[in-house]
Design a protein around this ligand. Sequence first.
Ligand SMILES: [Fe+2]
Length: 375
Amino acid sequence: MDNMQIQENSLTIYSYIQIMERLLHVVQELSAARDLDTVMDIVRHSARALTGSDGVTFVLRDNEFCYYAQEDAISPLWSGSRFPMKICISGWVMLNREPAIIEDIYTDSRIPIDAYKKTFVKSLAVVPIKTNDPIGAIGCYWAERHYATSEQIKVLQVLADTAAIAMDNINYQNIIAAKAQELEKAIDDTLQAVAKMVEQKDPYTAGHQRRVAMLGLAIAEEMGWSPERCNGVFRAGIVHDIGKIGVPGELLSKSSRLTLFEFALIKTHPEAGFAILRDIPLLLPTAQIILQHHERINGSGYPYGLKNDEILSEAQILAAADVFESMISHRPYRPALGVDAAIEELVANRGILYSPDVVDTAVHLVRDKNYQIPE
Ligand SMILES: [Fe+2]
């Protein structure tokens, strides 16, 4: 072997290693992809770079059609178009479950030549995504006559196989997410039904829990909390007085002053609510918030007299929302006190009974953003 040959061989090996390195990186990127657009994006760019082709299309099977979903090319191909499976080369690849390598598209009867005339394409190579049951195809196109090498086809096939796994993963994730959402909805529906049970017993507060939940949600959102945490506030709000189900109905709707004993009985409702929900693991966070919704940040609340950060932020929001909603609503023992009085109560006890941040946010919502508590 002369020097020239050795140099050529080491260049080939070097570029081969470079391609493998790039391919490995792409496979890692694909395994982290969480949606189809990202998969297609990674594949079309890397397929073009790795094969040195002038254009790449990512084709999805759409029943009897090939959908040219994305492309990366020197000039436009067919992005966004749909062709019947039977007349396009991607369709041929999917129906025959094998790659198509065509050096001269003008001499191959599988090519619908009218669709190619206006493009730069002279040669192509197309591989199926998921060979056993194709769900799409990756196409590479060259502007000059070129017969795709076996290395180029291998690279494309690795990309297609990895894309197939990534697409399956995304599907599974979506199925799991949909199931989780169904379950969450079932839980929320059940909680709404439970809320109605309490409210049937105590018609004067019908709608109170829902309105507190909505105000609590608005405050949490205004404070920039994540959707999950906001939903946690809403969910706890919907059933925050669930423990009142154990309190005699006539006490709840009593129009005269409560005796100390009666009041002590009503004060058991946060713990009673906690006891009802705590054994459902998914609702334990809800139960903990409910347990604390009558705590006050100076320690004067019940049942435990917790202070400041000892009280869950969610419970701090519900505490203020609960008082606010109660004050603007009619009660058996008094008429509605109005929005101004409710704001006055929050502001007067800002940093004493209620979290300063929560009070500021609630006042901002009602005063500056004209927040209206729903009927
Ligand atoms: Fe309560």
